[in-house]
Design a protein around this ligand. Structure first.
Ligand SMILES: Cc1ncc(COP(=O)(O)O)c(C=O)c1O
Length: 377
């Protein structure tokens, strides 16, 4: 197989919903991905903030192998242990009480929406301008981008969008019908937009005062990405509902919606595959590696190092931990030029997004910085 053959088959057989970069990957190990010609690329976006422990981490591979040997799936008609063990671990790490398992980020947001509507009996949700919460119809209703929404407009529910990083705007938007406010601690998909340090704290105070639920979507910011295990923890707040996915399974599809103080009732929601033993085993092993290898600290350290150096290069960069955005004239061109340097990043114009696995070391950070200097002199 070579790139041209794969590209042709992709356009023949796959839904044309993705704008892919011109690289076909055959394997991965640690910080590196390999194409079909044997070229090695430094992975600086981790499958969109997902492959946190790097590619094919032996502990995650072993956990999946052992669990696959034992049991892959039963559905939730039966009790299985890995999902209970993972749920217990998640509640310990987040301070939440209960977990509903999903298969991805949009599923976690869908569950959060249904839970918020169900427990409040109210119908309005406030979301932020430039927010991204997913692309199924519920989460799409809370996603701001017109290009995602336009074709499906008639099926979306009416969310109220207010300026991100403006607590006063949320205050003005809350009515007696408001069930919840949903927020990303840092807006990821729309270009690494970082609010004021006290934003989440003030949102928490406001939503508590108004008796409105606060849903924090950490699908992208969770699991050490921002140099904290969860980005909301530095604000010292407790959300009512917390959405997780992406890095939770280290690359294996799994998401989770966590909450406290209320619960679903039988039949309110469900998922045949959500929390299946294989996905849960992958997630437990991924979390163990994050904690044992001190990857949250590494994210903070290497993230600071990258950001300081990018700023020293006079680049328009911002970030927290290993969630970094660099604004440039033409982000797509920079990403394509970086591919020639055998470095993989992604972009949301005008921002190059840097989201490497949390195992990245200083030498690899330097490799990226030097390449960045060459492609954007
Ligand atoms: C904050 C946030 N929420 C939800 C999602 C949707 O996740 P998924 O693509 O797994 O459905 C994303 C995806 O990028 C995200 O960044």
């Amino acid at each position: 197989m070579n790139f041209d053959e794969i590209k042709e088959l992709e356009s023949k057989y796959l839904a044309q919903t993705y704008r892919r970069l011109p690289v076909a990957i055959s394997g991965g190990k640690g910080m590196y991905l390999y194409d079909f010609d044997g070229n090695r690329y430094l992975d600086m976006f981790a499958g969109v903030a997902t492959s946190v422990v790097g590619h094919s981490h032996p502990r995650v591979v072993n956990a999946i192998r052992e669990q696959a040997d034992l049991l892959m799936h039963t559905s939730d008609w039966l009790y299985t242990y890995p999902q209970i063990k993972l749920a217990e671990l998640l509640t310990q790490l987040t301070g939440m009480d209960k977990v509903f398992f999903t298969n991805d980020g949009t599923g976690s947001v869908e569950a959060a929406i249904k839970l918020a509507l169900k427990v409040t009996g109210k119908g309005e949700i406030i979301a932020m301008k430039r927010a991204f919460h997913g692309r199924t119809l519920g989460s799409l209703s809370l996603t701001y981008g017109e290009k995602f929404r336009e074709p499906f407009k008639t099926l979306l529910f009416d969310a109220k969008f207010v300026d991100f990083n403006d607590v006063g705007a949320v205050r003005n938007a809350i009515t007696p019908k408001t069930a919840a406010v949903i927020v990303e601690p840092i807006q990821g998909e729309t270009g690494i937009i970082i609010p004021a340090d006290d934003y989440l704290k003030k949102l928490r105070e406001l939503t508590s005062e108004k008796d409105v639920l606060l849903i924090v979507d950490e699908v992208q910011t969770g699991w050490g990405r921002t140099g904290e295990l969860f980005a909301h923890q530095s604000a010292k707040i407790k959300p009512d509902i917390l959405c997780l996915a992406k890095a939770l399974g280290g690359g294996f599809p799994i998401g989770a919606t966590l909450f406290h103080g209320f619960d679903f009732s039988y039949g309110d929601h469900g998922s045949t595959l959500g929390g299946n033993p294989l996905a849960c085993a992958a997630a437990i092993a991924t979390i163990d590696v994050i904690l044992d290898e001190d990857l949250v600290k590494n994210s903070a350290n290497i993230g600071n190092y990258l950001l300081e150096n990018l700023l020293a290069m006079d680049l328009n960069a911002r970030g927290k931990g290993l969630m970094i955005g660099i604004d440039v004239d033409n982000a797509q061109k920079i990403v394509l030029d970086l591919i020639k340097e055998k470095i993989l990043t992604i972009y949301s114009e005008p921002t190059v997004r840097v989201l490497p696995p949390l195992i990245i070391n200083k030498k690899q950070a330097d490799q990226f910085l030097e390449a960045m200097g060459r492609v954007n002199p």
